[in-house]
Design a protein around this ligand. Sequence first.
Ligand SMILES: *[C@@H]1O[C@H](CO)[C@@H](O)[C@H](O)[C@H]1NC(C)=O
Ligand SMILES: *[C@@H]1O[C@H](CO)[C@@H](O)[C@H](O)[C@H]1NC(C)=O
Ligand SMILES: *[C@@H]1O[C@H](CO)[C@@H](O)[C@H](O)[C@H]1NC(C)=O
Length: 651
Amino acid sequence: MLGVWRPLLSLALSLAESPIATWAISVAEIQGKSFRSPYEGQTVNEVYGILTAKDNYGGWISDVPSSDPRESNGLRIYGPHALRGVSVGDDISLTGRVAEYRSSPNDLSLTELDLIRDIIIFSHDNPVKPVLLGEERTPPKGQLSRYDDGPDGSGWLAIPNNVTRVEEENDALRPELYGLDFWESLEGQLVTVPSPVAANFPDRYGAVWVYGAWPVSGLNSRGGLTVHFPESEGPPDAHSGAILIGRPLDNTKLPRAYMGMEMSDITGVVTYQFGDYYILPLTAPEVIWTPDERPSPATLRSGLSPCSLTIGDYNVENMGPRSWHLPTIADHIVSYLNAPDIVFLQEIQDDSGRKDDGTVSADKTLSRLTAAIARVSLYEAQYEYAYVAPEDGMDGGQPGGNIRVAYLWRPEKVTLVSGSHAGNATQATEPVLDEEGKVTLRLNPGRIDPTNAAWEEARKPVAAAWQTNTGERFYTVNVHYSSKRDSSSAQGDARPPVNGKSEQRMAQVNVTAAFVSSLLALDPSAHIIVGGDMNEFLQTRSVFAPFDGLLTDMNEVAGVPPAERYTYVYEQHAQEIDHVLVSDAVKAKGGAVEHVHINTWATSKGGQASDHDPTVAKVWVCEAEGGEGSQYNDDPESVVVQAPWNQVVVL
Ligand SMILES: *[C@@H]1O[C@H](CO)[C@@H](O)[C@H](O)[C@H]1NC(C)=O
Ligand SMILES: *[C@@H]1O[C@H](CO)[C@@H](O)[C@H](O)[C@H]1NC(C)=O
Ligand SMILES: *[C@@H]1O[C@H](CO)[C@@H](O)[C@H](O)[C@H]1NC(C)=O
């Protein structure tokens, strides 16, 4: 469904009516070589152009092309009644005032002519040739702006951000280098996107992120664009070549797109609205091709060795005991993750779901989930669970839901180290030596430093000490860091873009790192697995700096191709914000990890059970009996069998 589109109300940025009137200048001169028009606030007489498109608020004209690629020859004509009697294809001249319109101070401005008068029509039915993107003009791959940089080398993800304002600087454009400059240099112009491919579902206004037949980076096997480090050293690419396709100007409807859907060529005008560059198509494209492949279940399974474990991780998006998606998530855990030995869950709601009634227990939610898992697995997978109940309303998220992290585990394979009881919402656990001189947690499981300011209105991480059924110990931390709420648009005015709550996440990583360090201080070869929804890309180097030298991404350990590392899609970016990180002792034993794209590959947003994909990792938490070599590469247990839930799986 298309949402409600906010009307474009023109606001004159300079209130004083300029006395200057300029005659017969070209559209290219009005657009100029930088973001803002050199004629801003001035009245321009006898501007010539062919009307390329109309909407309810005006239209767009196209003048003869400039030889300077920085100067667009297209221009927005604003005025709901200004173009009455003028048809697309009419060659006209008109008089108006040059304005820079923006709907929010965080946006870039759109150069337009308002206060339109003195329209003269010279002829009808004049064709306008669109600029063929990818041939005549090709979007750059790298950064969006020359100001997307910082001391941490993370480019558009650098911290500090919100350092520079593009509109204030108003530099000459570098369209061959920077994404914002590229699209700005085509503002108002008619363009064609050849063979557009959707990078995501439509947004809530119905607009779709696409890229066309031109070079892109981070292309994943599904056809999406993944945030990744480029092969050469340097900042992560910002996918500058992706562009939003807005509502078609003839009121036809865009296809219900999803990642990888290919459409017929789109011709439309480039504009800027609601914080992003858009192409408004003259008419809706057709669907040419869709990826039909369903995501495969994970190939990883728990090994027979007590040291060989599978660890699942899943943000189950506001799951209460009566959630519609609870049985679906249970099925995913069994059929797609192969019922891992331990599952890290995030966003488990209390027993009254979103009802704000003071309930904090989640026993009903988790016992319904574990019962559903048992049923789906034909009683093979009988999980136990643990969590630490939060204080009511203190951890953010949906009001009344009291979301928290939780662990599920299969007691035939692993158990919590006994001898200490679980902590409560305000008690901090810490690593200690038990009577046998082995490392355990004072409260097991327990929260990490829950009263630290880093966790204000945020989910507190829960640490646990575990043992295998041969008594070998290992440790886990299940986290759900603060979300990116209050971020600015990647194509907005603030550079680098505001990364909402990045400072809080940095502090949260810091507290987590301090806990991991305290464990390693007692046992330098501790096997530690830190996982969960971290709401941040590893490419945002500053946020994860406290983990440097302590923990390694399982994708690195396993050599997963960078473009396939994603668990979420936001705007044009497929991205890994859910991570499984391991200590050196785990890293040294090797392992594997798979992100199961059961939700990012859905064919509609409504078809997702959660907005995140689950992940499953296979790790070794001790030396297998019989010594080296038997550990991962040729797992003797690898045979194909018919699993009880009727799927062929590789053991
Ligand atoms: C970004 O900086 C501007 C000042 O340039 C400030 O007004 C705004 O509040 C800042 N935004 C955030 C989210 O920090
Ligand atoms: C946690 O337990 C401690 C010690 O028994 C107690 O003082 C504190 O009030 C408890 N906190 C909560 C939130 O129940
Ligand atoms: C990280 O924690 C240390 C103490 O462990 C503290 O000195 C430092 O300021 C913290 N840094 C951040 C960014 O919170």
